[in-house]
Design a protein around this ligand. Structure first.
Ligand code: TYD
Length: 143
């Protein structure tokens, strides 16, 4: 289950993936441009994350991503420059779609948490905005 508060950000939303359940367990799958709104060009995952670690702290100019907690839980904070929303991810079949120009931070990782991210493009450091002031300028937010 994912709880969110207070209101979903304009450009981040929940994605619910299919699940096939039988007595042998649960199976979930993702198809690019079907269950997520882009062709998946890259998959990466975070693991062995210390419980007090802060990850993220950037936005992307073009990249779209969907973030899942495959195991354990963590908090994903998204910010479109006007509105901030917290998602508590803990269900491997529910992800958060993060559109372009959304500032994101992740913290409160549980012991053994695994965060999987599906991305619309290959890694490109030039696509990152790592300075919050530059992000605010990019989205036209009031400084
Ligand atoms: P970063 O995206 O800043 O991590 P996070 O947002 O999870 O805190 O990436 C951390 C480092 O890893 C940075 O040096 C870039 C590198 N990296 C790659 O080389 N390829 C990738 O696909 C990703 C996501 C990161």
């Amino acid at each position: 289950m994912i709880s969110e508060s207070p209101k979903p950000s304009g450009s981040a939303r929940l994605i619910n993936l299919p699940v096939i359940s039988d007595p042998r367990g649960d199976l979930t799958f993702v198809e690019g441009s079907n269950h997520v709104p882009f062709d998946v060009a890259r998959v990466y995952y975070l693991y062995n994350v210390p419980v007090d670690a802060d990850r993220g702290g950037h936005a992307h100019r073009v990249l779209q991503q969907v973030v899942f907690a495959l195991s354990g839980s963590f908090r994903l904070k998204v910010d479109d420059g006007f509105e901030k929303t917290d998602y508590w991810l803990r269900n491997p079949r529910q992800g958060v779609l993060i559109d372009r120009l959304i500032w994101r931070e992740m913290d409160s990782f549980s012991q053994g948490a695994v965060c999987m991210v599906l991305a619309s493009n290959r890694y490109d450091e030039g696509d990152y905005i790592r300075d919050y002031g530059a992000f605010q300028k990019a989205v036209g937010a009031k400084l």
